[in-house]
Write a protein that binds this ligand. Sequence first.
Ligand SMILES: [Zn+2]
Length: 365
Amino acid sequence: MSNTTGETMSKLKLKPGILTGNAVNEVFAYCKEAECALPAVNVIGSHSINAALTAAREAKSPVIIQFSHSGGQFTAGKFIDNSNHLASISGAIAGALFARAMAPVYGVPVILHTDHAAKKLLPWIDGLLAANQDYFSKNNEPLFSSHMLDLSEEPLAENLEISARYLEKLNKLGMLLEIELGVTGGEEDGVDNTDIDNSKLYTQPSEVLAAYDALNSVGSFTVAASFGNTHGVYKPGNVKLTPVILKNSQEEIQKQRSTSAKPVNFVFHGGSGSSPAEIKEAVSYGVIKMNIDTDTQWAFTHPIRKYMEDKKDYLQSQIGNPEGDDKPNKKYIDPRSWVHLGEKGMSERLVSAFKDLNAYQKFDF
Ligand SMILES: [Zn+2]
């Protein structure tokens, strides 16, 4: 195998199961060198976790499984009051334990992560931190591999001060922190940034440098920078994707702090709807993780819609279909008949994400 500069690289050898601590750093360093990135899949329960695991098995690559605040809540069930984040905390924990149980069965390495936590969601992260500490005391490793804080709505100094404080706690458990600089456009999980001032959609290299200075001595971190990316898929509008912001930021830090090339691990939020060329360019500038949600939501829902249309006449009652008034419809009604179609659709979409991200068949396990 060779990277884009033509050097030969051997495939990174990994063990199936949840990766934590230095194993995660090694995966990201390898990704940067090989110019590939891992898809980070937003999951909402066992069906989407299994879709992610089977896609990783086919792609022969680790996968990042992540719970958003509402994804954790949905995993717990929307029946539980979530005003104190109980459902979001317990659902993410239950989902993480499910992924821990199944990753070795599927035979794939997995990075367990959580998505956006704005300032008002810090109690959610505090609850997960307690779970990580508890898990660590029993198993000598954290439950999750990493968490994300998204304090991009706060002033930069406050964003970095709180982020550094949390990274200190995470680092003690061998965990990484993802932060966000600038604002990802679009709408996701009830946060609507569709009308935000355009200048905020582009992170400045000086901001990435400030983050590097605040966090590099504290622990391992990744940066979600804004380069015109949006959550959700929209018709092309006046926001232009400019991955060169990432390149400029890497070069600024390298110059100012005399680091090696590409000192920062970048995360691409709002990857859905991006062209393979845009993804390739961003990855070449040090993106090692790309979030994918809207495209996999569509991939899950679309085959189920088709099933409901195709089997319409078998889904009107428990007995009676075009083959006879007394014919039973049990096998058509059984949710397993159509939920699995959603799982398959999602997994197929993820396999193409691994290919777009140049991670397909790049690992050995
Ligand atoms: Zn995001």
